[in-house]
Design a protein. Structure first.
Length: 140
C-alpha cells in the first residue's frame, strides 16, 4: 500500500520509528501544539512531503498497533550518522505506530477491490480540481 505523509513529524532516525509519542512536548510546554487532522491540514501544520509503502502490520486483540514501512529514501546508510549504531538500518525499514499513521498519513492508494461500498460510491462523484498550492497536490 502506497501512502503520502508528513515525514517530518515525530520521526526517530536512530530508532527507525514514526511515533507521535516519541517526545513529551505537552508536559514540557504545558500546552498541546497539535491540532485535529482537519485543522492541521487547513493551517498547514501538516503537509505532504514524502511517500512510503506499507509492507506489513502487527495486530493485538484485533487492533492494528504498528505498521512495517519501507522508506523510499532507503536506510540510515544514505544519511550522515553520528555513530555506527545509527547506521545499522540500511534497507530503510521503519516501524510506524497506528496513531502516527492516523495523524500524519494524508494520502493512500489501494486497489479498488479492497474498498467498502460507501467509499466506492465516492469514486462516481465529479472530481474536485485542486489549486496548484493545495497541500494535496505535492505528491501527485
Amino acid at each position: 500500500v502506497w501512502f503520502g505523509c508528513d515525514f517530518d513529524k515525530y520521526y526517530s532516525h536512530k530508532h527507525s520509528l514514526l511515533n507521535n509519542n516519541l517526545y513529551n512536548t505537552e508536559d514540557f510546554l504545558k500546552s498541546s501544539l497539535e491540532l485535529n487532522k482537519k485543522d492541521a491540514i487547513n493551517y498547514f501544520q501538516v503537509r505532504i512531503n514524502h511517500a512510503m509503502i506499507i509492507r506489513g502490520f502487527h495486530k493485538n486483540n484485533n487492533k492494528i498497533e504498528k505498521w512495517l514501512v519501507e522508506n523510499s529514501h532507503g536506510g540510515a546508510s544514505n544519511c550522515e550518522c553520528n555513530n555506527k549504531s545509527e547506521s545499522e538500518n540500511k534497507e530503510g525499514t521503519l516501524y510506524m505506530s497506528d496513531d502516527w499513521f492516523n495523524n500524519f498519513a494524508l494520502e493512500i492508494v489501494v486497489d479498488k477491490s479492497f474498498l467498502d461500498n460507501k467509499t466506492k460510491s465516492i469514486l462516481k462523484k465529479k472530481p474536485i480540481m485542486l489549486e496548484p498550492w493545495d497541500n494535496f497536490g505535492s505528491l501527485l
